[in-house]
Design a protein around this ligand. Structure first.
Ligand SMILES: [Cu+2]
Length: 152
């Protein structure tokens, strides 16, 4: 009897956790829209590449993109390009980026990007994969992405 009660309690906790996850992901899609996700096909022999996406803020307060990760890279960082002594350099955007209400943050070649380092597997050109972005307060959100050599 004791065991049965414990099992029921555990079962209820599992149900509560699962439904909380569903609620979180439903609200995330109401609050932020990801589109045009893609990963640049790495140069032969290179173990790093960049990924890009458009992120639209659908709510009336600021959102902050704080991190990126993928299943196929050992280390992933948000990077931006900055001019230092007339030379374009890449810099880790440690604080992430704010997305104002109604605004779209564009991660695009030559600008802000997701730097993917320590690629664990060979990426196939034109294959489908996924990226995960962390929005402050929302957690990790999976975003479909296609592997390609450049913009169409
Ligand atoms: Cu970079």
């Amino acid at each position: 009897m004791e065991n049965k009660l414990q099992f029921i309690r555990l079962f209820l906790i599992v149900i509560a956790v699962l439904s909380a996850n569903v609620a979180a992901s439903q609200s995330a899609t109401d609050q932020v829209r990801f589109s045009n996700g893609w990963v640049k096909m790495p140069m032969p022999g290179m173990h790093m590449t960049a990924a890009f996406v458009d992120i639209e803020n659908l709510i009336t307060s600021d959102l902050r993109l704080i991190a990126v990760r993928t299943s196929f890279s050992a280390m992933s960082e948000l990077h931006e390009m900055v001019m230092v002594n007339n030379v374009m350099q890449m810099r880790h955007a440690g604080d992430g980026w704010i997305i104002a209400p109604g605004a779209t943050l564009n991660l695009a070649p030559g600008g802000k990007h997701a730097m993917l380092m320590g690629l664990k597997s060979l990426l196939q050109n034109h294959s489908a994969t996924s990226l995960e972005f962390n929005i402050e307060g929302m957690g990790w959100i999976s975003v479909p992405a296609v592997v390609k050599t450049s913009l169409p």
